[in-house]
Design a protein around this ligand. Structure first.
Ligand SMILES: C[S@@+](CC[C@H](N)C(=O)[O-])C[C@H]1O[C@@H](n2cnc3c(N)ncnc32)[C@H](O)[C@@H]1O
Length: 218
């Protein structure tokens, strides 16, 4: 069931979209400013509309958002028809949702993927962070660890829900989430190891050391 304010994308003439290459729709959830061409890039940052106002975008704290990033809160649903998308990518975004929200988003991914379609979710790897904390001999290792989890919430969350983390994943919890969403066989992958072709366009190398990569096929 489509649950969003955005019109279903596939209701438009599909082959005229530059993010709908050869009739294959690829969706990038929480793209940040690194939205790649050939992908339908979604992000909910309040700075997206501001960056499109000529004078306002000169303010240093307003990032330069690429024109093809659409502002949308994916917790409200994904603006695609059932079984209409081939690939979904999401890097360092699922941890910005509560567990319940992430399950709703994962179920939406399952709904919009065509049979055989692939969801790839990349998150900060809690197991790696804990390992680094345990090896850190400095007196404030505990503080460094908690700061890296970025789990604090402030009044600014009202402006940008999802600015900070709301949960952290390890292999078990991320695989469990995707199974609960309906994916039969989610599996742990490595950086750029994927069923998604040309992944290098969206998978940031800068995240390689800290990330957990999981992929699931519909
Ligand atoms: C840490 S950034 C990751 C950016 C990029 N994918 C990367 O790996 O570098 C997380 C992004 O998710 C976006 N985000 C958080 N909650 C969101 C939501 N509910 N709907 C859409 N985007 C969201 C944020 O605005 C932010 O740009």
């Amino acid at each position: 069931m489509l649950n969003t304010n955005l019109a279903p994308v596939n209701a438009y003439a599909p082959n005229r979209r530059n993010d709908d290459v050869n009739g294959i729709t690829r969706v990038n959830i929480g793209s940040g400013t690194s939205g790649a061409s050939g992908w339908f890039n979604i992000d909910n940052s309040p700075t997206i509309p501001l960056s499109r106002i000529p004078l306002v975008r000169r303010i240093p704290r307003i990032p330069a958002w690429p024109a093809d990033v659409r502002r949308h809160d994916v917790r409200k649903g994904l603006p695609f028809n059932d079984s209409s998308v081939r690939f979904i990518y999401s890097s360092h975004t699922f941890e910005h949702f509560s567990w319940e929200e992430s399950l709703r988003v994962a179920k939406e991914c399952f709904r919009i993927l065509e049979p055989g379609g692939v969801l790839r979710v990349v998150v900060p790897n809690l197991t790696l962070l804990v390992g680094e904390y345990l090896r850190d001999r400095s007196p404030l290792a505990s503080h460094t660890f908690l700061a890296r989890l970025s789990l604090s919430h402030t009044v600014f969350d009202l402006l940008h829900p999802g600015a900070n983390h709301s949960q952290m994943f390890d292999e078990s919890s991320l695989l469990h989430l995707l199974r609960l969403a309906g994916f039969p066989n989610p599996e742990v992958m490595a950086f750029l190891q994927s069923r998604i072709p040309d992944l290098g366009a969206v998978e940031p190398e800068a995240r390689k050391r800290e990330s957990l990569y999981v992929e699931a096929q519909r």
